[in-house]
Design a protein around this ligand. Structure first.
Ligand code: PLP
Length: 463
């Protein structure tokens, strides 16, 4: 018996409103409207409690890379549950799933990564990053190297360290964040912040803020720079081509660690196994989560490059006084192993690079011709549309977020999950998306843009 069969939509929704506090939600507004109840999913489609079929353009929350409902994961999980449902990895113990997952990650990741520290989520991974980079420099006799440089409008999770490293004003406003020792610089968001500069010029300007920050803070005080290869939650911000090479140059010349937050970009999203490979950088640490298990069970980790790991295995850290009860949880590891094998053995990364990626990109970029769209962008299977009141200027609607919400609501009603970041519409579908589903995604997006445009015209908001 499944839980969803117990009640029809109305009573379930009332119970949700009565007892369930949702993340990132205004509970009064949410309960007035009522949550949409998702009861099952298969492949790229969700089904809600009213029997509606919805194309999952966000792969859950950027994570269901292999698509929903794969029996291989359920089987691997069931077998591991029966064998060893839980044991820790703290006190001189380990278990086969953690060992085999660590081995597999070393095999799939760039050559500098031979070690992984397991966590339960992307946020926890970034807490681990903060502890690791500061401990690393302290053990090298440079305890002042503590500051971590991050970027405005970055997303690194919702724990205290994750939200502090992130550059989201509304998150900082709740709970007295950021914590000390974190410094935010520009994001490479040309559409919003590039002004009169060309994207290439602006990419260099944004990258050089890192150099200026290191100068101002003093190189002896800076531990690391952390960034998503492509910002996800900030609005799928694909940096200009000049940005990452310039950041790589600065990091090479300076004695700081480079941390690539691969929680979204990792495991095939960009058409490479890791976003770092896509943008051509060689980070020292890579926090991962989401696509690691395709969201089937919660698990994350930090891939630790040899620069840091060699100190740890040489005993220079002594005890690293850090870890989570569920670090390397055996059942979550079993799910992750089965997931990575599917991604590898079915060639999903190559598929994103050579087949479905280019196929969807071509159609997605053509949406840039719509009168409501100021820019369409996509790499791999991650893309965005900037909604604008008039073309061709990169101008925003007054009251940012209003139009994006209207568009997102039309999208849901049309049977497509798209997310809105203010007035930027974003998608990140499962990597198993087939050509017909890609066609449907574009068709539903077009209809959604038309519906939104018509509503705005009727309101006098366009132009
Ligand atoms: C989602 C996300 C996180 C946080 O992961 P959780 O599993 O939600 O804690 C961190 N970094 C990036 C880039 C993310 O997109």
């Amino acid at each position: 018996m499944t839980v969803s069969n117990l009640y029809p939509t109305g009573p379930l929704r009332a119970l949700d409103a009565a007892h369930h506090l949702h993340p990132f939600s205004d509970m009064k507004a949410l309960n007035a409207e009522g949550s949409r109840i998702i009861v099952r999913a298969k492949g790229c489609f969700l089904e809600d409690s009213d029997g509606n079929r919805i194309l999952d353009g966000m792969a859950g929350l950027w994570c269901v890379n292999i698509g929903h409902g794969r029996p291989e994961i359920a089987e691997a999980v069931q077998a591991q549950m029966a064998e060893l449902a839980y044991y820790n990895t703290f006190f001189k113990t380990t278990h086969p799933p953690a060992i085999r997952l660590a081995e597999l990650l070393a095999e799939l990741s760039p050559p500098q990564f031979k070690h992984v520290f397991f966590t339960g989520s992307g946020s926890e991974s970034n807490d681990t990053v903060l502890r690791l980079v500061r401990t690393y420099w302290a053990k090298l006799g440079k305890p002042d190297k503590k500051v971590i440089i991050a970027r405005r409008n970055a997303y690194h999770g919702s724990t205290v360290a994750g939200a502090s490293l992130g550059g989201m004003g509304p998150m900082h406003a709740q709970g007295g964040l950021p914590i000390p020792g974190i410094h935010h610089i520009a994001q490479p968001y040309w559409f919003d912040e590039g002004g009169e500069l060309s994207p290439e010029e602006f990419g260099l300007v944004a990258a050089r803020e890192l150099e200026v920050a290191i100068e101002q803070l003093g190189e002896g005080n800076v531990a690391a720079f952390i960034a998503e290869p492509i910002q996800g939650a900030g609005g799928v911000i694909i940096p200009p081509s000049t940005y990452w090479p310039e950041v790589a140059r600065i990091c090479k010349e300076r004695e700081i660690l480079l941390v690539a937050d691969e929680v979204i970009c990792g495991f095939g999203r960009t058409g490479r196994w890791f976003g770092s490979e896509f943008v051509g950088i060689e980070p020292d640490l890579m926090p991962v989560a989401k696509g690691l298990s395709s969201g089937y069970l919660p698990i994350g980790g930090v891939l630790v490059g040899e620069k840091v790991a060699s100190l740890m295995v040489a005993g220079e850290f002594g005890d690293f006084n850090h870890g989570y009860t569920y670090s390397g949880h055996p059942v979550a590891c079993a799910a992750a192993i089965a997931n990575l094998r599917i991604i590898r053995d079915e060639g999903l990364v190559e598929r994103v690079a050579n087949d479905i990626g280019p196929y969807l990109q071509k159609k997605w970029l053509a949406l840039g011709d719509h009168p409501l769209v100021g820019e369409a962008r996509m790499v791999g299977l991650i893309g965005a549309l900037e909604l604008v009141p008039a073309k061709p200027e990169r101008r925003r609607f007054p009251d940012p977020g209003k139009v994006g919400t209207i568009c997102r609501d039309f999208s849901f009603a049309n049977g497509l999950v798209m997310r809105a970041v203010k007035d930027t519409m974003i998608i990140s579908p499962p990597l198993v998306l087939n050509h017909e589903e890609a066609d449907e995604l574009v068709r539903l997006t077009e209809k959604t843009l038309d519906d939104t445009y018509a509503a705005l015209k009727a309101d006098g908001r366009m132009g």
